[in-house]
Design a protein around this ligand. Structure first.
Ligand SMILES: [Zn+2]
Ligand SMILES: [Zn+2]
Length: 136
């Protein structure tokens, strides 16, 4: 049996689990991720939709649409939880800060580095893409 990776929001009202393997993980520096997270990047791990299960708090999840990928968050505490095409879509972009367990996967690259904040200095050696991940 595979180990399930648990995740939750800050207030604990929303809980989910994801079953590895994850597809990929990355840091996104785009303006939307910056504004939504309130920090330099949104670090996310993608998993196939059938490997992601919401356990509690569906009624607490609000989806902000705007342009591009959605931002789904807890209305009670504001935690950023998932993105991509939530609640539809073949993949779920899960916010790594929401994980309660070690998901195993590590961030592999940076996206939208052309949009990063002036104070955001990238100090690791991971590949950097000016815009979106080229495979998508
Ligand atoms: Zn919450
Ligand atoms: Zn982004």
């Amino acid at each position: 049996m595979k180990k399930l990776i648990r995740g939750s929001c800050l207030c604990g009202g929303v809980r989910f689990e994801a079953e590895p393997p994850f597809i990929r993980a990355s840091h996104c520096h785009c303006e939307r991720c910056r504004k939504h997270s309130g920090t330099a990047v949104c670090t996310q791990a993608r998993v196939r939709r059938e490997q992601f299960r919401l356990l509690a708090g569906e009624e607490l999840i609000k989806v902000y649409e705007g342009e591009g990928a959605v931002k789904a968050f807890c209305v009670n505490c504001g935690s950023s939880l998932v993105g991509g095409d939530w609640p539809e879509g073949a993949e779920v972009s899960t916010r790594m800060g929401a994980f309660d367990d070690d998901p195993g996967i590590r961030p592999q690259f940076h996206t939208f580095v052309a949009d990063r904040a002036p104070w955001d200095e990238i100090t690791d050696k991971l590949p950097q893409y000016g815009e979106a991940f080229p495979a998508r």
